[in-house]
Design a protein around this ligand. Structure first.
Ligand code: LMR
Length: 344
């Protein structure tokens, strides 16, 4: 094989080790070129089933990216904690093992104490208030609150209001006595159940169904789509809708990965995320209603709504928790969150 090494040197004059070295160099350059042409890989790990707002959003993101950035970006989805639990996902994101995740707000506590604002009981009057806060200056700034840790928030994705369940109707604080509630790893949720008189067991979402089945935990709270898709109503009869808190997510990426994307790719990904987010959040509202109805239709569950007097009792017990977390969250953020309850 002629080797384009030096014009006045005949190929046979190259000694054997040198010839192998040149071949290796050419092969290396070819591989590097091939890699440069390969699509950018985005691995998206999450913990819920495909039949939830987040699962639907991840699938829609993949479909849209692979249509609009065909050949440039490839997306792999790992649902149902097949790859990582939520707490592991954030470290995996930082280590470069995945590029996208959408953990619930409670999972960000080690990186941003401010994000705890979303879980404070009875802070937001409904989903619209949460959305108004997310669009406010403070809400938008929270997306960047973990940049110093290398995590960039891209969007807010919704699920729905949380519902509490047990095998006894939960109407009054004394109904919580001796119950063990599975909670997300959240100091706010711990304080909430402590105030109601129950014990708490922090646990990854993946393990909750088994823990309910075995009776390791005797209470839980989640959004309807998670309850329905995981079949928590196979083990619990009574579901209380107190409207105390909202389950939402922050779609996050590795800040360094994002900054190093080619400009045109990043801009198109941002456009896609905006469109997918609008779809996810619209779907979340419909899904919450539909999944609530499916749980009722299963005839395995009774939905409990509280009277005004009962609600007042819960509020009196739970709203002092805000004060406990004010120094961690910040007075300004808390004020803007409260203001978001006024429809504009
Ligand atoms: C949970 O841990 O209960 C939920 O946050 C899971 C999820 O991502 O919806």
């Amino acid at each position: 094989m002629p080797v384009p090494f030096c014009s006045d040197m005949h190929p046979v004059s190259i000694n054997r080790p040198l010839r192998w070295f040149v071949v290796a160099c050419v092969l290396f350059l070819l591989t590097v070129n091939a890699r440069a042409d390969e699509p950018i890989l985005i691995r998206f790990s999450h913990v819920t089933s495909e039949a939830t707002p987040k699962g639907h959003g991840a699938a829609l993101f993949k479909k849209t990216v692979e249509e609009r950035l065909a050949g440039k970006v490839r997306v792999e989805i790992y649902p149902r904690a097949l790859k990582y639990n939520d707490d592991q996902a954030l470290l995996a994101l930082l280590f470069g093992d995945i590029e996208l995740a959408a953990p619930s707000f409670a999972k960000f506590r080690s990186f941003s104490r401010q994000i705890q604002v979303f879980d404070l009981p009875f802070l937001f009057s409904d989903v619209d208030a949460v959305k108004r806060f997310q669009r406010s200056e403070a809400g938008v700034e929270l997306l960047d609150s973990m940049l110093s840790h290398g995590i960039k928030g891209l969007a807010y994705w919704d699920n729905g209001m949380r519902v509490m369940s047990a095998n006894r109707p939960l109407r009054k604080p004394q109904d919580f006595k001796r119950l063990r509630f599975r909670i997300e790893p959240s100091a706010v949720m711990q304080a909430q159940y402590r105030a109601l008189g129950a014990a708490t067991v922090p646990m990854p979402f993946k393990q909750v169904r088994e823990a309910l089945k075995m009776g390791l935990v005797t209470g839980q709270e989640n959004a309807w789509s998670n309850i329905r898709s995981k079949g928590f109503h196979d083990f619990h009869r009574y579901f209380t809708e107190a409207g105390h808190s909202f389950l939402g997510y922050m779609l996050v990426t590795n800040a360094d990965f994002w900054a190093k994307l080619p400009d045109q790719v990043r801009t198109e990904l941002e456009n896609i995320i905006q469109e997918v987010t609008a779809e996810v959040n619209k779907n979340a509202r419909d899904k919450a209603k539909a999944d609530r109805q499916r749980v009722i239709d299963s005839k395995k569950a009774d939905v409990i709504t509280l009277t005004d007097a009962e609600l007042e009792e819960w509020r009196t017990l739970l709203t002092p928790i805000w004060k406990k977390f004010e120094s961690q969250i910040g007075t300004e953020i808390l004020e803007q969150a409260t203001l978001a309850n006024q429809a504009r």
